[in-house]
Design a protein around this ligand. Structure first.
Ligand code: HEM
Length: 174
């Protein structure tokens, strides 16, 4: 028997290895050789996930809010990337990034309910994301991730995604 339904509590019910923001790589960037659905460790052949979603493992919405607030504390002092951000709508930006990441990692789908399909590459088109901008974004995100003091495997999983996504978001090469 095959069950095409993605696990509701696998690593990112709205994420997965194939795309940046939606199930099965619909988020844009199909990765050759990477399965569209994440591999989930299960109890028995069709049993529940033995590992749960990263969203649950790391503490749910409050942890993502801490991550994103800490990230923006760094970004606010960054002379290269802060000018791109809406200074008069910082709370909105915090909500958008936190809600997106929660959804990606298996939390509630509130981001897409409010904002529609993530289309992250398209939404970043207005910004000049050079390798310098990307490295600064990653620097602030790294500090924010480390501040959470996650279990090493959770941290590695979260970081691998953020690093890959940031590279995919680079749209200006000079
Ligand atoms: C590589 C460097 C990046 C830069 C310089 C950058 C910059 C920006 C800026 C200026 C905004 C607008 C802020 C707002 O009004 O919400 C934004 C929005 C956003 N970014 Fe990035 N970003 C980067 C990478 C990423 C990555 C890697 C992700 C996901 C893992 C991401 C996810 C988002 C999301 C979800 C939004 C809100 C989209 C919306 O609903 O309008 N960004 N980004």
């Amino acid at each position: 028997m095959t069950d095409p339904t993605p696990p509701s509590n696998g690593p990112g019910k709205s994420g997965g290895a194939g795309g940046l923001g939606m199930p099965g790589g619909a988020g844009g960037l199909g990765m050759p050789g990477v399965p569209a659905q994440p591999i989930t460790l299960r109890v028995g052949e069709h049993g529940v996930s033995a590992t749960g979603s990263l969203f649950d493992r790391i503490g749910g919405a409050p942890t993502f809010d801490r991550l994103v607030r800490r990230f923006y504390e760094g970004v606010q002092h960054d002379e290269v990337i802060w000018p791109m951000y809406p200074a008069d709508d910082l709370e909105g930006a915090i909500w958008r990034l936190s809600a997106f990441l929660q959804q990606y990692w298996g939390g509630p789908g509130t981001y897409s309910e409010q904002r529609g399909h993530p289309r992250l590459r398209m939404r970043h088109n207005p910004f000049r994301i050079t390798s310098e901008a990307r490295e600064r974004w990653l620097h602030h995100m790294r500090e924010a991730v480390e501040s959470l003091e996650l279990a090493p495997l959770d941290e590695a999983e979260l970081w691998a995604y953020l690093d890959r996504a940031a590279h995919a978001m680079t749209n200006t090469f000079d």
